[in-house]
Design a protein around this ligand. Structure first.
Ligand code: ADP
Length: 526
């Protein structure tokens, strides 16, 4: 079963994605301003590190904007935004692809100096191979997610952006631990520092834009698993960024190696203490949940037992009423006036309905308690079906229904509990009669199919709404179209029927079209 989503967390993560997208666009924007007005700081932030290329800045400006719009869900609703996004993604893709080709084939397409050709005597700056690769991946990822059409597209987009994340995190660590081979590919220069940071933000931004889909879903799921995923991820981030900050501090001469080692130890100890507390609290919570689940189950069982006992007690007086009414109606105790007979018929049918309900309750409680016992014998399905159809003959005539029977000859007998089989047929036939308009048609077919006997009960009645078909075997469920018409029913019939079919080792399926009709298929092994 898919995990439930915590919508509050989803909203928070989406917000984080939007904030990141704005920062990404700002990085691009300010770098372009740096190029325009020769402000070297805006172009590289950290002295000695490479300069951000104008094309990189442009791609970030556009990429951040698309991510913002995609996360907001605006693009799919607005044609102008869609065209803008397509155009921008193509620009990002082309910038990445063409630059990569320039590196691979050692050529120049003249795209590097397209926006700004020279600054402070520097030749046109080309983005690094890693940036070019990252833009290619980011562009493809954005292409998959920006329109929010399908979950699978979002999942693919998330997987592709993992590559961007890997390359940029590697560069970032390269800067901090002074390992140039992590952020440069000799003989070319590497990524600028803020380029790497912006790519890391892009990576998180894309993943968090749709936290309810793909593998990111685990972080927004409800309950302990979601909480654990979020906490563990948080500790991972604390470790990564803590370690990086500690190494950075030593790198710029704040302290020596031995202090650094101490700080590492402190961070690992802190994280472990935090995790131990979290594990304890989670286990406590789990224990509490288990206790309350056990209590709920116990209560549920007590309720079911009570319903079973009450139905059992009701059955005897109701049956007595039925017998005495029948006796009176058949004039065993003398003549009745017309009015008396009418009243008595009302009592009899009302009582019959109560008996049906009590039987349903009794069967449901037996199913739920697991106390249902079957007494199988070799029986003829057609004989049982004929008996049930006889019971309904009055209603079928009253509704003017056209009943067609198609029973194959020489059907084998089947080892089944006749009472259970009667209940199964009764429930399905009663639905076909109840949920078909007057002068409608009912077909009852019994034939052999391979090593099974197939019983088909079809009608051309109201049918079942498509969105509710999955639920019709659920206890107490009644579809909306049936409720609206207010036909009698409890929503227990098919629940019981399915349990009894299963108990008999058979199978029950159906097909239905709203307004056209339904067909139920029951198969039993011969
Ligand atoms: P009920 O007491 O409401 O008939 P059931 O468990 O027998 O309860 O059936 C569950 C629901 O399935 C019904 O309420 C109805 O919405 C739907 N259903 C079952 N059989 C049919 C049918 N032949 N035609 C239309 N709807 C049906």
């Amino acid at each position: 079963m898919p995990k439930q989503i915590n919508h509050q967390i989803v909203r928070r993560l989406k917000k984080t994605s939007r904030v990141l997208s704005v920062i990404i666009s700002m990085v691009g924007f300010f770098a372009l301003v740096g190029w325009q007005f020769n402000i070297l700081f805006l172009m590289r932030v950290i002295p000695k590190l490479p300069i951000i290329a104008p094309n990189t800045a442009m791609a970030f400006l556009l990429g951040g904007a698309i991510l913002f719009l995609a996360g907001n869900g605006k693009i799919s609703k607005n044609a102008v935004l869609r065209i803008f996004s397509y155009f921008s993604i193509i620009v990002i893709l082309l910038l990445g692809l063409l630059t990569l080709l320039e590196y691979i084939f050692k050529v120049s397409f003249g795209i590097d100096g397209m926006l700004f050709s020279k600054v402070q005597g520097l030749a046109p700056v080309r983005m690094s191979p890693q940036s070019a690769f990252n833009f290619l991946m980011t562009g493809i990822s954005l292409l998959f997610i920006f329109n929010q059409e399908k979950k699978t597209r979002i999942k693919i987009g998330q997987i592709i952006v993992l590559l961007t994340g890997a390359v940029s995190l590697l560069s970032l660590f390269g800067f901090i631990y002074s390992i140039p081979s992590f952020y440069t590919i000799a003989p070319y220069k590497g990524m600028a520092a803020h380029t790497a940071v912006a790519f890391v933000m892009m990576f998180f931004g894309i993943l968090l834009a749709f936290p309810e889909h793909g593998f990111v879903r685990i972080f927004s799921s409800r309950g302990l698993s979601g909480l654990a995923a979020r906490r563990l991820f948080f500790t991972l981030m604390v470790i990564i960024f803590g370690e990086v900050a500690i190494a950075g501090g030593r790198e710029i001469g704040l302290y020596n190696f031995s202090s650094e080692a101490l700080f590492h130890l402190a961070i690992i100890t802190g994280v472990f203490v935090y995790l131990i507390f979290f594990a304890f609290r989670s286990l406590d919570e789990l224990g509490r949940m288990e206790t309350s689940l056990a209590k709920t189950k116990e209560l549920d069982r007590a309720k079911t037992e009570f319903v079973g006992m009450a139905s059992h007690q009701l059955r005897t007086p109701l049956t007595a009423i039925s017998w005495y009414s029948e006796m009176l109606l058949s004039k065993d105790a003398g003549e009745l006036s017309l009015k008396q007979a009418d009243y008595l018929k009302e009592i009899y049918t009302g009582n019959q309905r109560m008996i049906d309900l009590v039987d349903d309750l009794l069967n449901t409680s037996r199913i739920d308690m697991g106390t249902l016992k079957a007494k199988p014998e070799l029986i003829s399905l057609t004989e049982v079906m004929d008996g049930i159809l006889d019971e309904f003959s009055h209603q079928i005539k009253q509704k003017n229904l056209n009943l067609e029977k198609k029973f194959s000859r020489n059907l084998p007998r089947v080892l089944l509990d006749p009472e259970h089989l009667g209940i199964i047929f009764q429930n399905i036939i009663s639905n076909a009669v109840k949920y078909t308009q007057p002068r409608g048609k009912i077909l009852v077919e019994i034939r052999k199919k391979n090593s099974h006997v197939l019983v088909k009960i079809a009608d051309n009645g109201w049918g079942i709404p498509p969105g509710q078909q999955k639920k019709i075997f659920t206890k107490l469920f009644r579809a909306d179209n049936v409720r609206k018409r207010d036909a009698e029913g409890t929503g227990l019939g098919l629940y019981i029927a399915r349990a009894l079919v299963k108990k008999s080792g058979g199978e029950i399926t159906f097909e239905s079209k709203e307004g056209k009709g339904s067909a139920f298929y029951v198969t039993f092994k011969v």
